[in-house]
Ligand binder design. Structure first.
Ligand code: ADP
Ligand code: MN
Ligand code: MN
Ligand code: MN
Length: 353
């Protein structure tokens, strides 16, 4: 029986933005399903997840994929964090999404997340000269040629690795600022998309290590006339995808309008530097939705408007957002039961009397 190197991956307790951690366990028995991967523990006092006196936190494997870097039979194992008594750790944002995904499974929510990120070499974004700044933005987005494109070797390795791990990555592109890129995960159900986004982020950081490049998900890595980095979250329910679903999309936008601040609160730290009203964003203090409007909070893609059904794009989430929190908030707001407005209730009572 060959041994398996299983890389246990989890989110730490740093606030406001959790970071990825991982360590390797050698497994000497056969692994067919995630149930065959054992619980494990780690020192929570080193990850801001426990005090030194009772420092053991529990890792519970929840999703596994082939490890594309170490090759077969090695595994990447994404975990949820629990206390030793089995209760959910406060850093475990997946637990809430798990509950919501189950509760509203009948609405068949799909998500597609566009992960933007910025590559750095030392203190500068990749492609920035040692002194000063590169030529202004314009030719870099989806560009080709060595005067416009920086980091393609890493980006290609990452795409290949995600695909061979079985992650549902739907595409990649060079972004508006030099050294800035995007990959898209989905469209998939809430837990699938969020788990796979965390695994894809882990692969990106790990591959970049070997190339001496660092990756930041900071929402606004370079101040001034340079694009920030977001994580546009495309979202649909069964009703939105069905014939005439545009009405459901508009209803969702109206619901989202009433919860703007609650959403912003979980859409990533430092997002106020990015959502300024410039660079294809809507100011953080405003909520607007519209067809094809890349300056809106929510864009209804042109094909959704034309077909009369499809999905919406929430453009507010920052690149450093936690997809467990963003997906949970969207499900809660769009799918959740809403209390009848008081006036309507009174009116209905009056009529039924
Ligand atoms: P943009 O034009 O904003 O750059 P992208 O092509 O980068 O858009 O990303 C669009 C994302 O939307 C993809 O991840 C895609 O899988 C996802 N998507 C497509 N259809 C749906 C749908 N019905 N529900 C949710 N997500 C969807
Ligand atoms: Mn995109
Ligand atoms: Mn983009
Ligand atoms: Mn987009």
């Amino acid at each position: 029986m060959p041994y398996i190197k299983a890389e246990y991956i989890w989110l730490d307790g740093q606030a406001p933005t959790a970071a990825l951690r991982s360590k390797t366990k050698i497994i000497e028995h056969e692994v067919r399903t995630i149930q065959d991967v054992d619980l494990w523990a780690f020192d929570g006092s080193s990850t801001q997840q426990a005090e030194g006196r009772s420092s053991d936190c529990i890792l519970k494997p929840v999703r596994m994929v082939h490890d594309p870097l170490r090759g077969a039979p090695h595994l990447l194992v994404l975990c949820e964090v629990f206390h030793a008594d089995g209760s959910v750790h406060v850093s475990n944002s997946r637990a809430n999404l798990r509950d919501l995904a189950t509760r509203y499974s009948d609405q068949e929510c799909w998500f597609g997340i566009e992960q933007e990120y910025t590559l750095y070499k030392g203190q500068k974004p990749l492609g920035f000269p040692a002194e000063g700044f590169p030529a202004p933005q314009g030719p870099y987005y989806c560009g080709v040629g060595s005067e416009f494109i920086y980091g393609r070797e890493l980006v290609e390795k990452h795409l290949e690795s995600c695909l061979s791990a079985g992650l549902k990555v739907s595409g990649i592109n060079a972004e508006v600022m030099p050294g800035q890129w995007e990959f898209q995960v989905g469209a998939s159900g809430p837990l699938e998309v969020a788990d796979e986004l965390w695994l894809a982020r882990w692969l990106l950081l790990r591959i970049a290590e070997d190339l001496g490049i660092s990756v930041t998900l900071a929402p606004k890595p370079v101040l001034g006339d340079w694009n920030g980095a977001g994580a546009h979250t495309n979202f649909s329910t069964k009703a939105m995808r069905a014939h005439g679903g545009l009405k459901a999309i508009e209803e969702a936008c109206e619901r989202l309008k009433t919860k703007h601040q609650e959403h912003i609160a979980v859409y990533g730290a430092g997002n106020e530097e990015r959502l300024t009203g410039k660079h294809e964003t809507c100011p953080i203090t405003e909520f607007r939705y519209g067809v094809s409007d890349r300056g809106a909070s929510i864009r209804i893609p042109i094909f959704s408007a034309k077909n009369g059904c499809g999905y919406l794009e929430d453009r507010r989430p920052a690149a450093n957002m936690d997809p467990y929190k963003v997906c949970a908030k969207l499900i809660e707001t769009v799918c959740g039961e809403q209390r009848q407005p008081l006036l309507t209730q009174q009116y209905e009572q009056a009529v039924s009397l």
